[in-house]
Design a protein around this ligand. Structure first.
Ligand code: ADP
Ligand code: MG
Length: 343
């Protein structure tokens, strides 16, 4: 007997699609942070409870939304950032899919308070199960505050896969730290269960952002990396890497940015480690923040809905250039024997 084929109802479809974008609290934080940055925020406050499993609040002083924009924003495939598929090749914003707010609203309770810059009217909008529950005038400051509670409350299968609060918070912290380092010109703070984890000043200096995130000892152990791209597919590499003896057991302290976008790239991390040769013990990894300027067409950030792992057109070239840039910086700082073998 063949099973009967039925069409899924809209609510179920939404929840399945949302699972592609929203996997855990850190994915919510990433989407909300990117929205705040796209909204030209100068200050972003992230506060989470129980590793983000209970409550996530992201507050910004960005351009805000009018009442009608706010109602539009939580619908499916609504964005102010992309008009057509042609624009996909020249994305200047972090978001463009127009699905994050809708996805979050499908798997959690969502409350947005927002007021346009220079506007006089604020709006509060509440969403649950993908539906707008209430939308009313609210007294709130300029900018936007998004509150997410009851994440996966109606998706027990997904909620079950969340790890401990500490692990979920680790993921949240990684994302917030990544963007704090990506955008030292924005004051970014992170609060967990009422206690501040870190806050950057937004003074534009990457070293001072790094000090806020990782502490003074790490910041003092960082050397500058610069490469103006005459020898590979990257136009410019700029950033900081640590002395070999300032290292950790995990790869996550190597932060890759592409034109200011926080991404992950196994290839770039491997290339950084290669440059240290035998100066690093096995399974030890340096601190690094590298911002790569990649010409249009050189990288695809659209490979996955969560947009974290990127694909380079010339991965081997990128790896070689990153290794060379880091090795040169280490050599110039006298931190490598020039005979150190290269992997
Ligand atoms: P995307 O970011 O891909 O456009 P989202 O669902 O994340 O899709 O957001 C939908 C729209 O809502 C955005 O295009 C933007 O116009 C608006 N928006 C979302 N967050 C903010 C914010 N913090 N400040 C101002 N506008 C926002
Ligand atoms: Mg977005």
């Amino acid at each position: 007997m063949t099973p009967e084929i039925r069409e899924l109802d809209a609510e179920t479809r939404d929840r399945i699609a949302a699972g592609e974008v929203i996997e855990r609290p850190a994915s919510v934080v990433k989407e909300l942070l990117e929205n705040a940055l796209d909204a030209d925020a100068g200050r972003i406050e992230v506060a989470v409870e129980a590793g983000g499993t209970e409550r996530i609040v992201v507050s910004d002083d960005g351009v805000g939304m009018s009442e009608s924009d706010a109602e539009m924003a939580v619908r499916e495939h609504t964005t102010s950032k992309l008009d057509s598929i042609e624009d996909l090749d020249a994305i200047g914003t972090l978001g463009f899919r127009g699905e994050a707010l809708h996805a979050i609203g499908s798997v959690a309770r969502l409350r947005i308070e927002t007021k346009p810059r220079g506007g006089s009217r604020g709006t509060a909008i509440a969403v649950g199960n993908g539906e707008v529950l209430t939308c009313e005038p609210a007294g709130c400051p300029e900018g936007t505050t998004v509150e997410v509670t009851d994440l996966f409350g109606a998706v027990p299968a997904r909620r079950k896969y969340l790890k401990t609060e500490a692990t979920e918070f680790d993921h949240v912290q990684r994302i917030v730290a990544g963007y704090a380092l990506a955008r030292p010109d924005v004051a970014v703070s992170l609060v967990h269960d009422g206690r501040e984890t870190f806050s950057t000043t937004g003074d534009g200096d990457r070293r001072s952002a790094l000090m806020a995130v990782y502490g003074r000892n790490v910041a003092n152990a960082m050397i500058d990396v610069e490469n103006d791209g005459d020898c590979g597919p990257i136009e410019r590499i700029e950033g900081l890497v640590s002395h070999p003896e300032t290292n950790r057991a995990g790869r996550e302290y190597m932060t890759t940015l592409i034109d200011g976008r926080y991404v992950t790239s196994g290839a770039v991390r491997e290339a950084i480690v290669d440059a240290y040769g035998d100066q690093l013990a096995p399974d030890r990894y340096p601190f690094a923040v590298l911002d790569l300027s990649v010409p249009p067409g050189g990288v695809d950030v659209n490979v996955h809905p969560r947009k974290l792992e990127v694909l380079f057109a010339d991965e081997a070239g990128v790896s070689r250039q990153v290794s060379e840039a880091v090795e040169t910086a280490l050599l110039e700082a006298g931190l490598l024997r020039s005979s150190a073998p290269r992997g």
